[in-house]
Design a protein around this ligand. Sequence first.
Ligand code: DAH
Length: 356
Amino acid sequence: MAAEKVNDQERDNPEMVALREEALAALSKAASLAELEEARVAFLGRKGKLTSLLQGIKDLPPQDRRRAGMMANRLKGWLEQAIDEREKELRRMELEAGLRGERLDVTLPGRHVTYGSRHLISSIIEEIEDIFIAMGYRVAEGPEVELDYYNFEALNTPEWHPSKSLQDTFYVDASAVGREDVLLRTHTSPVQIRVMESTSPPLYVIAPGKAYRHDVPDATHSPMFHQVEGLAVDERISLADLKGTLEFFAKRMFGEDRAVRFRPHFFPFTEPSAEVDVSCIICGGKGCRVCKGTGWLEILGAGMVDPNVFGYVGYDAERYSGFAFGMGVDRIAMLKYGVPDIRYLFDNDLRLLAQF
Ligand code: DAH
């Protein structure tokens, strides 16, 4: 190290030899970077020992100054280098100590990460979407806060229809929105109107989403629930297409040996209309507790689009015909997985949610 070289040349200067020895001792005693800094200041700082010695040179007799100056500067260079080396050494020691402390035992078992899961309703909606997308349908969405026009009027639902009453529909406070015809949609059917307004036939669309009704919650009713709407409009669409489509859907969704049954019904926006049953997914049609002994489960409403509805959206009812359907997703989830109470689906109890 530099120390040896300097040694020879300074043999005749006891003061510098002593200073060098002292500095060497201080450096090797410094056990941390902070202590090393203290030592540096003690020798090289503004009032440090070597600094004072350098300052004292100008007071020496002129003939001694040059030699003393050279030696003192060489000592300074040596000391700076020695501090540098000690600093590197201390840093390496600190790093090694740190690594020793943080040593990793790779044989320990890992920490378990808990993943969330998809909500049952979301997975059922996705399942339904997949089946219809495979038949060439696309997915559309519409607003949950709707206008009376889309929810009722353009769906051919007369002013006096009971579903428009305050007992059945949530209306948005007129003073808050400045008009009286804003409501929470009571079904996903208004998306039919919105899609037809913005596209021309042919169209094949499904529209999943939330709907709201002024119902008191119980095991089979919830003021918020889910539907998937379907709409097909094209030339020469017939009831046979509706039956074929729903039969295909029922088999895909509930199993190959499901049968589908149409019961005549009334909806303002379809004519003719039907309620559609699927043979019981639990007993296969023999009759059980879930189908209440009938062998059938009602899963949706459907029908041929009423020409009046085409009138609202400016479609040519002479040229085009179509069918529509709407199914209850929550009901399908409950039937398929035996969930006994619709409220279980919405109270966010992880014991229920984690099962699917
Ligand atoms: N919107 C109806 C309901 O909520 C269900 C429905 C019936 C939808 C017949 C349709 C349809 O598209 O054609 O009860």
